[in-house]
Ligand binder design. Sequence first.
Ligand SMILES: *Cc1c(COP(=O)(O)O)cnc(C)c1O
Length: 409
Amino acid sequence: MTSHPRHRALGWGRHQLAIPGPSVMPDRVLAAMATPMPNIYAGDLVEVSNRCLERLPPIARTDGHVFVTVGNGHGGWQMALANTLSRGDTVLVAESGRFAAAWGQMAAIGGLEIETLPGTDRDPVDPDALRDRLAADTGGRIRAVLAVQTDTASSVRNDVAALRAALDDAGHDALLMIDCIASMGCDPYEMDAWGVDVTVAASQKGLMTPPGLAFVWAGPKAMAAHESAELRDGYTDWTSRINSQAHYQLYAGTPPVSHLYALHEALELIAEEGGLDAVWERHRVHAEAVWAAVDAWGSDGGRLTPNIAEPAQRSWAVTTVRCEGVDPDEIRARAEGLGLTLGLGIAAGGGPFGTSGTFRIGHMGHLNPPMLLGALATLDAVLGGMGVAEAGVGIAAASASLAAHLSSD
Ligand SMILES: *Cc1c(COP(=O)(O)O)cnc(C)c1O
């Protein structure tokens, strides 16, 4: 995408990223990446690594194991599948948007049989439909249910506790595996309280660390399934990593040194902020400001609308905006010229979003009101310039939303 020429002359300050990952990295995290290489067998790196490994289970709200691997979110998906399943096992993909389906495609390549509970571009997984589908599996062929918490294409947020209840109500003992790649550190998540067996995340979204680390948290049922899993491979294998004699074996080789220093700093920032509850609350307040702006841009004519109608079903990490009769790529190009990168709209569920295009606003991770309001005001000016909405209505609504939060303090 090229910048819009009329706007390009203005976009020379510090560029701002508002895409749903990678997110804006804190300066302290970037500085930590530049730490000189240490001894990898003892000393500072081992301490930093151990502190990360201590702090990561509470990030998913679990007492289970956490495994950290070199890789992106796809690497986490692979580690989760390979350590718990066997060739020919059936997994049920509970679709909602794009990402659970993509996880299922990876599973199929690995020799798993895929069944799909179809979803839409605009709705969460229907827990009743999931329950009925599992109840019909009387032979217990389905070994795992794959779902996302937040779908980054549609920006829907699934009710993970309700998915757990669907398995329980169906009396089904499949593993429940949840992709929290977009939502970890943004949307509230309670792995143990919600009965999730495997959780997958990656470093570059809410966890504020450059792309390159994947995290997989495994509960007791997943560890039990691991005993007989035949897709296990020598690199992602949980047993070898747990039984490591030397620290580096936790990573199946040289630890991702710079990323561990960065992650350590990011987890420290979360602690300084007051822990996950404070981080989640900040994301909620920011998300509500974004929704207020989108609603304002869509009032009187309704050319922009949030893709997910029901606020309770929206992610606090990313907002997908539908554009009727206006080209989302034009909006993004103009914003880009001003120094703001917005998220590309990506088709969900294998098809385009009906007749409308979309773009996405990422509001995950290291974000505060000046950053967010700056992005929204810039977008507001772009939409005003294009005649899509009256300039000022979006930012007024976002600012009012934030002010309402501040006055309730
Ligand atoms: C970003 C994302 C992925 C893919 O992560 P990569 O790091 O690009 O492999 C998978 N699932 C969800 C929900 C995501 O947001």
